[in-house]
Write a protein that binds this ligand. Structure first.
Ligand code: BGC
Length: 503
């Protein structure tokens, strides 16, 4: 039995995101029929309409891309499920606070719904009820001595902004900066830790390159690079807005949450696989971390590869956009700490001969799971705790030894989940032990760990079929009761003692 003690003031948290837990506008659904938009969707479960009476536009939230995407159906989401109800946190937020209290968390990470605050995405109209909602939440967290870590944008772009191009358009950079300023001025007297964008890599890949996530735009070879380019600029502008206008008075910190797998060469003796492995990390982590943490620009290997491919395709310029010198200066150094979302690891091999322009053909690499690694309740999530330790050491070495917060890490259960999830707690334990080694043995400055997620929630295209919560949510009951899993009880012990008792 080992006692693995974490540093003093270590942040223990859990994370959520607005679209995954709140509620769209339940008042839009009467008698099982959606009356909000033009979709003819009928809802097959008895929805708790009585809990949320009101007109279809009650509480004034504007549509976002996930509202639209899920309402369009088309089997892009498991069982065509939506976030219309989700965990009902817009109404049941006090139940969430009870969960946070039960875990004894020092920090809670959640995201603001941009279109709940600014229904058309611009500051032209402010939805006061949305402001009131987040004020209540923030004030209550602080009253419980829980530090809020607030994400401005977690995949749920206002539809009105998307209609003008979304992240494909440079105009969104400006809209995002205005939105960020609005949030700092509204909540920044109390919120001191901000994340601008959650996982730009996922947005670029799944929303604008492959079209698998809302808004479902598929433009291989172009979409990912263009949207990422605008997200990096949007992030940097939002950081500067804080630094110039708010930092002195509010004394907070701003960062961006980057997701990355750890990668190992499939055949460690193959130079092709070793190179492919390097590219895999460059096209994932360095794509964003180099501009923000190093020099304001994309990694040179990435620039060369995409430029070569573009020339082969007969183009005169690279499909990867370029930053101007002025933009590079503006982007460099725009993060006050490093936020890492880690879920899994891949063995990487070289992959050539992909036809047509695409991110994948530029990458010339493929990540595969090792058959020995256990798979959690969602097929892509192979459980590889040691991968996190290696990734942390790599970040320390590559990006100037920053303070690191692990802003997401977790394991899904498939549906129906087990309340007695001892197996899953085993994964958490192994992972926390690796985090401890990263801190104590490798000298990585890990300042906090946030489990994904506080609650079972709407897991994007997997709907309610993948359960990531520390608390079970019964989506079939009108009052959506939350019940702790075994993992929640065990996590609470770790938080309380600031140590992991590890067999
Ligand atoms: C996202 C979360 C998501 C989690 C598990 C992350 O990519 O930020 O919204 O639920 O992974 O898939």
């Amino acid at each position: 039995m080992e006692r693995l003690t974490f540093p003093e003031s270590f942040a223990w948290g859990a994370s959520t995101a607005a679209y995954q837990i709140e509620v769209f506008k339940i008042s839009a659904i009467y008698g099982g029929l959606c009356v909000r938009c033009v979709c003819t969707k009928t809802y097959n479960k008895a929805l708790p309409v009585f809990l949320w009476p009101g007109g279809w536009d009650a509480d004034g939230k504007g549509l976002n891309v996930w509202d639209t995407f899920t309402h369009q159906g088309g089997d892009r989401v498991y069982k065509n499920q939506t976030g219309d109800v989700a965990c009902g946190s817009y109404t049941l937020w006090e139940e969430d606070l009870k969960c946070i209290k039960q875990l004894g968390l020092t920090h809670y990470r959640f995201s603001l719904s941009w279109s709940r605050l600014l229904p058309d995405g611009t500051t032209g109209f402010i939805n006061q009820k949305g402001v009131d909602y987040y004020n209540k939440l923030i004030d209550s967290l602080l009253a419980m001595n829980v530090t809020p870590l607030v994400t401005l944008y977690h995949f749920d772009m206002p539809q009105a902004i998307e209609d003008q191009g979304g992240w494909n358009s440079e105009k969104t950079v400006e809209f995002f900066e205005q939105y960020a300023k609005f949030c700092y001025s509204t909540f920044g007297d109390r919120v001191k830790m901000w994340i601008t964008i959650n996982e730009p890599h996922i947005v670029a890949q799944l929303s604008y390159e492959q079209g698998l996530f809302a808004p479902g735009k598929s433009e291989p070879g172009y979409g990912a690079y263009r949207s990422a380019h605008n997200m990096i600029k949007g992030h940097a502008k939002a950081w500067h807005a804080y630094n110039t206008h708010f930092k002195e008075k509010q004394k907070g910190y701003v960062s961006i949450a980057l997701d990355s797998d750890w990668a190992e060469p499939l055949d460690p003796s193959s130079s092709d696989d070793k190179e492919a492995c390097k590219r895999y990390l460059h096209f994932r982590l360095h794509w964003f971390a180099n501009p923000i943490f190093i020099d304001g620009d994309y990694p040179s290997g990435m620039k060369i590869k995409i430029s070569e491919k573009s020339i082969e395709e007969g183009l005169t310029t690279s499909r990867l956009p370029e930053f101007t010198d002025e933009e590079k200066t503006m982007i460099k150094g725009t993060a006050d700490f490093f936020c890492l979302n880690y879920y899994t690891t891949r063995n990487v091999k070289r992959l050539s001969n992909q036809s047509g322009p695409s991110f994948k053909s530029d990458l010339e690499a493929e990540g595969v799971k090792d058959p020995e690694w256990p798979i959690s309740g969602i097929e892509w999530l192979a459980v590889v705790p040691w991968g996190l330790r290696r990734l942390l050491a790599y970040i320390k070495e590559q990006f100037g030894d920053p303070d690191i917060y692990i802003t997401e890490n977790g394991f899904a259960q498939s549906d129906p989940p087990l309340l007695q999830d001892t197996h899953r707690w085993g994964y958490f334990q192994e992972t926390l032990a690796e985090v401890w080694k990263a801190i104590r043995q490798d000298g990585v400055k890990v300042k906090g760990y946030f489990a994904w997620s506080l609650l079972d929630n709407f897991e994007w295209t997997s709907g309610y079929g993948a359960r990531f919560g520390l608390f079970h949510v019964d989506f079939n009951q009108p009052n959506l009761p939350r019940t702790p899993y075994f993992s929640a009880f065990e996590y609470a012990k770790v938080v309380k003692g600031n140590e992991l008792i590890y067999k």
